[in-house]
Design a protein around this ligand. Structure first.
Ligand code: CU
Length: 601
């Protein structure tokens, strides 16, 4: 840990660090040990202190004020020892700061906090905080031992039970339905309730915000924006805190589903019952029936195109990586897990997805892949746009209190005190593809391939009519790239349909003798996301973003002969055929795109 001028530069919680967390209570005085401070009345709690400590006693205290006096500087004290620094509140009475100091490892700590002059009625005392050793590593779902899996089930079951607590209560804010609704929901103020008519939505009802906390937190998920990765990292951090509180296990960490290594739905989520600690067979809270049937039965796996990280991992800067990872595997996995692809329930529709326990395991894997990619060169790869970094989002902490946090305070796993277990490792595609040259901002050359094109209900084959000299240019070193061979990117623009097709589309380059190389897969998950401030999502018809695939290696492999672009429907799971997938497509779907081209970058 690096401590500079009292501010902790990198409060990195390694595995085996000591941690403690507790409320700041509005109370004028107490003894040095804060022996008469009681944190059990949420109405008197104005903030939270979180302690992280190593065995040498290097200690960081992260302070979050949630209900202070607006626009006020509070002096924060290690009680009866010394001042640690100041925290300034904003117009809403919220503020945060992190302070480093040296203390006895595992010794009980107490703090107090008040503005200059110590005015009565505006002073806060911490509860007694005794740091204890906690697990900090998120592991693969396949690596959890029986105790860890039992904690996970207990936590999810408790959050589901809290869904019937009174609206506006701290427990309701920690409930399963509240957290699903924080992501998005069907109903007033989010996505049109007509989405509930799609297949696989049994068990869900239209929702509506009913109080200030719900207004501040519901339907705040970020999709199709640069905050996709940053917001979901923050959301998972607080979901994990709530899950720890619900399970009563501070060592519980979110597991991830590494589907690129094992594409079968994990048994922990697939089994309808399990045998609990008392030997009783009981319902498994991680199972729901609202998933693609063969996946949920364990008889099919996610398709290789759906779980591939290859397109994302070759990106070299944040924005393109963020959108590539959001598309595949993120969106593709969502669609493949939904009962009949996007926009069906629960996973195939943004407003329903957070109701499926596998959602959090899926997103923890997305966060892990983000971390793998960042590790290559974190300083260069973290987002650095000030507008993005200063954006603030609202969440609910482990006690059920509303918190407002900025992106820059929750950007890295070091700031957040967790890491990923080494076991699963990072995708091989990350190692194979590196180092790779930076893609040109603007293409060196553009070769048009097709204008407006309707897709067949089966396989669409588009001959790549590229002049011989253009072909040569594609596979040749370019002076503009300092002698490197440019990347050949296939760009398909203006994908649209009249009715959701209920399939994914795999994109291939096909060479002589029908030999194919997969470029990637197109999914329509984001078309189910609520849009901006308009509240209701548009009808299911609509244009999706342009789709870009790197065809460099495919064109190299298949040579300069006659090649075609092949676009083929897929259900996203194994054990089926394009013909069977095509039968799922509505005759009214009319899927089409407006143009296709190859860009040399
Ligand atoms: Cu998602």
């Amino acid at each position: 840990m690096l401590i500079i001028g009292g501010l902790v530069q990198s409060a990195s919680a390694q595995s085996g660090d000591l941690q403690a967390s507790g409320p700041l209570v509005r109370q004028d005085s107490s003894d040095c040990g804060n022996n008469n401070v009681n944190g059990s009345d949420p109405a008197r709690n104005g903030g939270l202190v979180t302690i992280t400590q190593n065995d040498a006693g290097d200690t960081s205290a992260a302070v979050q004020i949630s209900k202070g006096t607006p626009n006020t500087s509070y002096d924060f004290y290690w009680k009866c020892q010394r001042g640690l620094g100041q925290v300034r509140t904003d117009a809403n009475g919220a503020g945060s700061g992190t302070f480093g100091f040296k203390a006895g490892a595992g010794a009980t700590l107490t703090f107090d906090m008040y503005p200059a002059g110590a005015p009565p009625g505006n002073k806060f005392q911490s509860v007694r905080l005794t740091p204890v050793r906690v697990a900090t590593q998120r592991k693969s779902i396949l690596q959890l031992n029986a105790t860890e899996l039992a904690s996970l089930r207990r936590g999810v079951a408790q959050m589901k039970a809290w869904s019937s607590e009174p609206r506006g209560s701290a427990n309701y804010r920690r409930s399963w339905i509240y957290w699903a609704n924080m992501h998005a929901y069907f109903g007033t103020g989010c996505a049109s309730a007509s989405g509930l008519n799609a297949a696989g939505m049994s068990g869900l009802t239209a929702q509506a915000k009913s109080n200030a906390d719900e207004n501040a937190t519901w339907c705040t998920c970020q999709h199709g924006t640069v905050q996709f990765l940053t917001w979901h990292r923050m959301y998972l951090y607080y979901f994990e805190k709530v899950l720890q509180a619900a399970s009563g296990d501070v060592n519980l960490r979110l597991p991830y589903w590494d589907y690129e290594s094992n594409a079968q739905m994990p048994a922990a989520y697939r089994d309808q019952t399990y045998v609990n600690a008392n030997g009783q067979t009981v319902a498994n809270p991680l199972y729901i029936p609202n998933r693609q049937a063969q996946l949920n039965a364990g008889t099919s796996n996610l398709a290789p195109s759906v779980v591939s990280t290859a397109n994302a991992m070759q990106q070299t800067s944040y924005n393109p990586f963020n959108s590539a990872l959001e598309s595949t595997p993120h969106g593709a996995v969502h669609c493949a897990v939904g009962v009949a692809n996007c926009p069906t329930g629960y996973m195939g529709a943004v407003p329903a997805a957070g109701n499926d326990p596998i959602f959090y395991t899926h997103h923890t894997n997305i966060d892990r892949l983000y971390e793998c990619w960042l590790k290559v060169n974190q300083a260069a790869r973290l987002p650095n746009n000030q507008g993005q970094l200063n954006a603030a989002f609202n969440f609910i902490d482990g006690t059920g209190a509303l918190v407002t946090r900025t992106v820059k305070d929750m950007l890295t796993t070091a700031q957040l005190g967790y890491s990923y277990a080494g076991g699963g490792g990072c995708p091989a595609t990350l190692k194979v593809r590196l180092p790779i040259s930076i893609l040109q901002e603007t293409p060196l050359r553009v070769y048009p391939l097709a204008g407006p094109t309707p897709l067949q209900r089966g396989t669409t084959v588009l001959p790549l009519k590229i002049a011989p000299d253009a072909r040569k240019a594609m596979l040749q070193a370019a002076p503009e790239k300092g002698g490197e061979t440019p990347r050949s990117m296939v760009v398909i623009d203006g994908f649209t349909f009249d009715e959701a097709p209920g399939v994914l589309y795999e994109v291939y380059v096909q060479g002589a003798g029908g030999k194919r190389v997969l470029l990637g897969v197109i999914n329509f998950f984001n078309l189910t996301a609520p849009h901006g401030d308009h509240g209701d999502m548009p009808g299911m018809a609509g244009a999706s973003d342009e789709k870009t695939f790197d065809a460099t290696d495919a064109l190299k492999t298949l040579g300069a002969g006659n090649t075609s672009l092949v676009i083929e429907p897929s259900t996203g799971v194994t054990g089926t055929t394009p013909a069977l997938a095509a039968r799922q497509i509505s005759p009214r779907a009319n899927v089409r795109f407006s143009s296709a081209r190859i860009e040399l970058r």
